[in-house]
Design a protein around this ligand. Sequence first.
Ligand code: COS
Length: 390
Amino acid sequence: MSGWSHWDWPFFDAQHETTVERLHAWRARYAQIEPSLAQQPLTEQCRLLAAELGKAGLLGYAVPRLAGDTPPSVDLRSVCLIREALSYDSALADFVFSMQGIGSAPLWLFGSEAQRSRYLDGCREGRTLAAFALTEPGGGSDVAAITTRGERRGERYVLNGAKAYISNGGIADYYVIVARTEDAPGAKALSAFLVDARTTGLKASANVEIVAPHPLAELELHDCEVSADSMLGQPGEGFKVAMAVLDIFRSSVGAAAVGLARRALDETVARMNARTLFGKPMAEMDTVRMRVADMALDTEAAALLVYRAAWQRDARRAAITREASMAKLGATEAAFRVVDSAVQLFGALGVTQGCVIERLFRDVRPMRIYEGASEIQKLIIGRKVLAACP
Ligand code: COS
C-alpha cells in the first residue's frame, strides 16, 4: 500500500498507531489465509473472515465495549482506517467488518442491557453475524415510506412484509428490522425490532447475485411474532435508529472506496512503469501522466473528505450528517473515476476476468448506490447547506 502513510495526518492521535499496527498484522495474516479462503463457498468465507477479524482484534473497533454511563460510540477514524486497508486487499473482508458494525450499532446505540448482552460479545468476536433490514422491494431511498407492518397484539408484535437486498441475509444470526407500528404515514410511525434469525415466520431467500458478490437476500415476514421487548429504542424511534446508524457508517463507506482507489492507483503505477508502448514506458507518456495525476488527486481529496468527517465526529462529538454525506458522495464518485481510469489504462486486460482491476471495477460500482445513493447524499447536503445560509 504505497500511498498509505496518511495516518500521520493531523486528524489522527497516538491511539491510531495501535490501529495501524493491528492492520499491518492483519495484512500479513490475510496473505496467509487468502489462498485457502478462495476455495470456500461465499458464506463460509464470510464466517471465516469474521472469526479472523475478531481474533485480530479488529471487530472491537466496529462493535465497541460499553463503558459505564459514557454514550456508546466507535472511534470513527479507526473504523475508516480499517475499512480502507481491508478493501485495498479484499472487498469481502471489508464487507464482513462493516456489517458487524452496521448490524450491531442499533444494539449498542439503542438496545437494552438484555439485548446487548445476548449478541454483542459474539459480534465482536466474529461468532455472531449481524444484519440491518431497512430496504424493501418497493425502494430503499425513502425510509419514511417503509410498508412492513408491526402490529401490536398484547405483549407481542406481529411483523408482516418484505425486505430486499439485505446484506448478510440468509447467514445472519439476527436482523434489525424497521417496520411501521402506527397506522400513520411518515417517519414517526416506524419502530426498530431485534429479530433472531430462527424466529418462526422469518424467511430469507436464496442468495441474490450481484457484481460484487457477498451474502445478500430478500426477507419475507409472514406473521412473524416477537415479544414487545424486542423493540430497539421506543415505539416511533425506528427512523431515528436508522439515521443514527447511517450517520456513523456512511463516511466509512467513503473510506472503503478510498481503499479501492488506492489499490487501483498502485496497480496502475506499477503497470505504467513496466509496460512499453510506442517505444517507451507508458509512464513517460503525457496522456498517461495527466490521467494518473487526476487519479491521485481524486484519491487524496476523497481521503481528506473521509478523515475530516471522522475526525469531526470523534474529536468534536458533533453530528456529522452533512460531512458524512459529503465523504460518502465525494469518495465513492471519485473512486469510481479512479478505477475506471485504471481500466482504461490497462486496456483489454482491465476488463479481463481474474485481473485485479476488473475486480475493483465490479467492487466500486455498487458503492454509489448502497447506504444512500449519490442522489440521496446530494439531497441531504443540499438541504443542510441551504438551511445553514443566513
Ligand atoms: N439524524 C437525526 N434526525 C434526522 C436525520 C439524521 N440524520 N435525518 C432526518 N432526521 C429527522 C428530521 O429532522 C425530521 O425530524 P422532524 O420531523 O422532527 O423535523 C425527521 O427525521 C424526518 O426527516 P426528513 O423530513 O429529512 O425525512 P425525509 O423522509 O424527507 O428524508 C432521507 C430522509 C432521504 C435523508 C432518508 O430517507 C435517507 O437517508 N434515505 C436513504 C436511506 C438509505 O441510505 N438507504 C440505504 C440503506 S442501506 S443500510
